[in-house]
Design a binder for this molecule. Structure first.
Ligand code: ADP
Length: 912
């Protein structure tokens, strides 16, 4: 290093060398400074001034950008949200007391997935760090090494993955492991559902460029090696962290990859937070086979948690349903919607509870009223255990916990549904809850300051020692006056004075004239021109008490506060469990409220493959259409109505209809009532969608390519229990291509396995509807419209049977396309209809039904234009054949029957 560098700059470079991939926030007095390239980045990203000062290692002017320390909560999230890592380098000692340069060191590294400050994320969502481990299926031991690019895709198919999600702010920690022919898609689907803020990969996976690219489309990805030589070591480390002898209780004993990924997540969190993370005290193993699979495309298309337009939650299913009263409730609701259940029994437990709360308005009202007092217990506890809580957090926690006993008691008294009872009992099992509430109530004032180092937090009466200290500090004047009086009385010196100066402290001053009367126990302190100053052991003792009382009081308050947080932290498991139960109750009451407000019914869930919905509505669209929503039925089964081909003009409501069917299934399996007058749903294991067309510009794929990639996924993975929604398949290519693909897809899905796949297929190829006659489980439906003059009236009603037109031009008129273009389009349409090529293709295949018409057309072409090969243009038809010319010249009226017969022979000869 450069010798001329200041000691502070030396510290900076040390930090930078330890954390080369992080931006360094270097605390200097009231500022966090950044230097060099970091400064340039920060100045650009935060739009703050870039200056220069001193010299860098190369002797150049050093770029510098700084933010005031108190503004860190504003600036830091902006950098983190853009995917930067920031290392916070703090002053480790009080600059006033430092000898020489103030000691500094990095106290934490903030990354998107390990952020703990509430300013970094929203209440309604978890902030997950995701860790992935993977290997080729069948191989054990170390994680697989990076593969050659060409082989990567092949290998992905055979990959086995362990995946963990850790939310440091709430302590939630989940893990799973899966191995499948499409485990790569499953991994992506997990990301889409869990929406992690950051994902870490071991070097072996980080080297897989295709995997990396796909992950990067969805989240921020970092390479991280937890430094283990063997996979098995991860299990030992986890056991040590959780202080358990086996991981069996957590459900992941023997799941090497799951365990490895869990350890990687925890280790990454620990290294960035630089502390023990004791609040992460349990790991839960889940299996994807418990939940309906919703891949990223489907989540997006159905707008479950976010809308397609701006990724916000407006107009999403979540937004429509969410009126939860607590952040835990809101997060739980999102999880339920993103992971609908496959078990009828488990879904019914939720539905029973929702039904009871929907039917008991009073109980629901009380419950929701109490829930309104509950704040984010999960994150408050997270902060308490983590050690960055303040007294306000404790007050919030107290108020939240104080609402738990009434919730528990009203449920115990009134609730009958199993899940409600279970929640009430689990809340009741936390016996220390009331003691904790009392503890905070007795100790912490109602409106404490933000800082925990400046006193003012602890209530009078909680600690005798603190009260005395405060007494001393605030009553020192009275005490001095009383002491002065006492000494005057004792010595008889009327002019005796007790005073104070900064150098000598408190003293008793006696003028020289009264020297003789000075009591024996006075000790000389200072001699003045005409007086002596003394002290007594009592005054000395008081002096040190008074001088330090304030300081001591502040320190004692902090000590008491920390003691209380320790007591709370010791119950963190129970507190987190309480938070989770509150979240569950909140969602149940919320779903009941939604059911009542929106006129939903309880769905029946069955193990068969039928779907029967009466008067189904789209839960989101029904709130937005001005003229009122028209309900529709859906009937599907595996015998006759497995494949519904839905035709109808654009804008008629086809995709709304298809989506509402899927959304109703999702809601039902999530445990919600549904928008219908009756719904019976044969459990759906996965919803697949291919809806709409948007270019995936980010990944450089064309619309049609995106469409085909999604289609391939559907065709390869849909099972008889899946529900497939296909909207306008084949639109992105030429008519013939598109039609051929669409038709092949219908046939494939219909004939897949023994029973085929349940599917709703909206298409503008109305010719496809002829398939109803060929494929026995295909049923045609269309959305009714009425034509009034030039206008189309959308009736929004789904009815059996097919349409024979697509009405695109009508829609163009509605959209305001100029009349001239509309007229011309109509002309062109007429011409095309005359040629009617696609229809002819269908006629050929369905020979029986339209044989007559097809045969006539074919004969006419042969008669008049044998050389044309079946081309049907007007010009060709006008070219006259010799037979035609001869026929035209005949005067049939003047011919005898014999002549006619001879002529016929002749004509036949001409034809050869
Ligand atoms: P398509 O897929 O046939 O082009 P959409 O499903 O996109 O049509 O529906 C077009 C619009 O029609 C929707 O945005 C909605 O406003 C309205 N709509 C759809 N279905 C209904 C319905 N059942 N009742 C009332 N309005 C509806």
């Amino acid at each position: 290093m450069n010798d001329q560098m200041t000691p502070a700059m030396r510290q900076y470079y040390e930090a930078k060398e330890t954390y080369p991939d992080a931006l360094i926030f270097f605390r200097m007095g009231d500022f966090y400074e950044s230097f060099g390239e970091d400064a340039k980045t920060i100045a650009k990203e935060l739009e703050i001034t870039l200056t220069a000062r001193g010299k860098d290692r190369a002797g150049e002017r050093m770029p510098l950008a700084g933010i005031p320390y108190h503004a860190i909560d504003t600036y830091l999230p902006r950098l983190i949200n853009k995917g930067y890592k920031v290392a916070i380098c703090e002053q480790l000692e009080d600059p006033k007391q430092a000898k020489g340069v103030v000691k500094r060191g990095v106290v934490r590294v903030v990354t998107p997935g390990t952020a703990i400050d509430s300013s970094m994320f929203s209440d309604a969502s978890n902030n997950y760090l995701m860790a992935v481990a993977g290997r080729e299926a069948g191989k054990a031991g170390k994680t697989g090494k990076g593969e050659e690019k060409e082989k990567e895709k092949e290998k992905e198919k055979e990959m086995e993955f362990g995946v963990s999600f850790l939310d440091i702010s709430t302590g939630e920690f989940l893990t799973t492991q899966f191995r499948d022919s499409d485990s790569f898609e499953k991994l992506l689907s997990e990301i889409a559902r869990m929406h992690p803020a950051e994902c870490i990969l071991p070097p072996s996976l980080y080297g897989n460029s295709r995997l990396l690219a796909r992950l990067r489309e969805q989240t921020i990805v970092q390479e991280f090696a937890p430094g283990l030589s063997e996979l098995a070591e991860a299990g030992e480390k986890l056991k040590t962290h959780f202080k358990v002898a086996t991981l069996e209780g957590m459900g992941c004993e023997g799941m090497e990859l799951a365990v490895y990924s869990a350890w990687a997540a925890l280790e990454y969190a620990k290294t960035t937070q630089m502390r023990d993370l004791a609040h992460i005290n349990t790991l839960r193993t889940y299996s994807n086979s418990e939940f309906m699979i919703l891949d990223s495309v489907t989540l997006r298309n159905l707008e479950i948690a976010k809308n397609v337009r701006d990724d916000g939650d407006e107009n999403s299913l979540f937004r429509i349903l969410n009126s939860t009263r607590t952040p835990m409730g809101s997060r739980t609701l999102k999880k339920w919607l993103l992971k609908p259940l496959l078990s009828v029994e488990k879904a019914n437990l939720r539905l029973d509870a929702v039904e009871e709360l929907a039917g008991d308005a009073l109980l629901r009202y009380d419950l929701r009223d109490w829930l309104s007092d509950v704040r984010d217990i999960e994150r408050l506890v997270g902060r308490v255990v983590y050690g960055n809580s303040n007294a306000r957090d404790l007050v919030a926690l107290k108020k939240s916990l104080a609402a738990v006993p009434p919730i528990r008691d009203c449920l115990r008294e009134k609730a009958g549904a199993g899940l409600l009872e279970e929640c009430a009992e689990e809340l009741a099992a936390f016996s220390e809850l009331e003691t904790l509430v009392d503890l905070i109530e007795n100790a912490i004032g109602e409106e404490p300051p933000v800082s925990v180092r400046e006193g003012g937090m602890i209530k009078q009466g909680y600690s005798a020692e603190l009260d005395e200290l405060r007494d001393i500090a605030s009553n020192s004047k009275q005490w001095i006056a009383a002491f002065q009086q006492k000494e005057r009385d004792r010595s008889g010196i009327k002019s005796l004075k007790v005073g104070y100066n900064r150098v000598f402290g408190y003293y008793i001053e006696v003028t020289n004239a009264n020297n003789a009367q000075v009591p024996d126990d006075y000790i000389r302190k200072q001699t003045m021109a005409n007086a002596e100053r003394f002290f007594t052991p009592e005054l000395k003792e008081k002096e040190s008490l008074i001088l330090t009382a304030n300081e001591k009081a502040v320190a004692l308050e902090y000590e008491i506060f920390t003691e209380i947080t320790r007591t709370l932290a010791a119950c963190s498991k129970e507190l987190q469990k309480t938070a989770e139960r509150i979240g569950t109750l909140d969602v149940l009451a919320n779903l009941a409220e939604a059911a009542e407000n929106n006129n939903y019914v309880r769905p029946q869930l069955t193990e068969d493959c039928k779907i029967l919905i009466r008067d189904g509505r789209h839960p989101v669209v029904e709130n937005t259409v001005p003229g009122g929503f028209v309900p529709n039925d859906t009937e599907m089964d595996c015998k006759e109505k497995q494949f519904l081909l839905v035709t109808g003009p654009n804008m008629a409501g086809k995709s709304t209809y298809m989506r509402q069917t899927a959304l109703i299934a999702i809601m039902a399996q999530a445990g919600s009532f549904v928008p219908a007058s009756h719904a019976s749903i044969g459990v759906v294991d996965q919803v697949f969608t291919r809806i709409g067309a948007f270019d995936d510009l980010a990944s450089g794929q064309s619309t049609f390519m995106v469409e085909m990639v999604e289609l391939a996924n559907i065709l390869n993975n849909a099972s008889p229990k899946s529900l497939v929604l296909l909207d306008e398949i084949g639109r992105g290519t030429s008519t013939y291509d598109g039609y051929s693909i669409a038709k092949a897809v219908v046939e494939y899905l219909h004939n897949r396995g023994k029973v085929g796949v349940r599917a709703l297929f909206a298409t503008h190829y109305h010719q496809l509807t002829a398939l109803e006659e060929k494929l026995k489980r295909v049923k045609n439906y269309h959305i009714a419209v009425k034509e009034e003059g030039h206008e189309l009236v959308f009736l929004r009603k789904i009815v059996p049977g097919a349409t024979d037109r697509s009405y695109g031009i009508h829609v163009a008129r509605l959209a305001g396309v100029p009349e001239k273009v509309i007229d011309r389009a109509n002309e062109i349409l007429k011409e095309l209809e005359r040629e009617n090529l696609l229809e002819e293709a269908e006629e050929g295949e369905n020979g029986k039904r339209k044989k007559g018409k097809a045969a006539t057309r074919y004969t006419q072409m042969m008669l008049f234009d044998p050389g044309s090969g079946g081309g049907g243009s007007q010009a060709q038809a006008n070219r006259q054949s010799p037979v035609e010319v001869a026929l035209k010249r005949l005067n049939v009226d003047e011919m005898t029957p014999l002549e006619a017969l001879n002529k016929l022979h002749e004509l036949k000869k001409m034809l050869g």
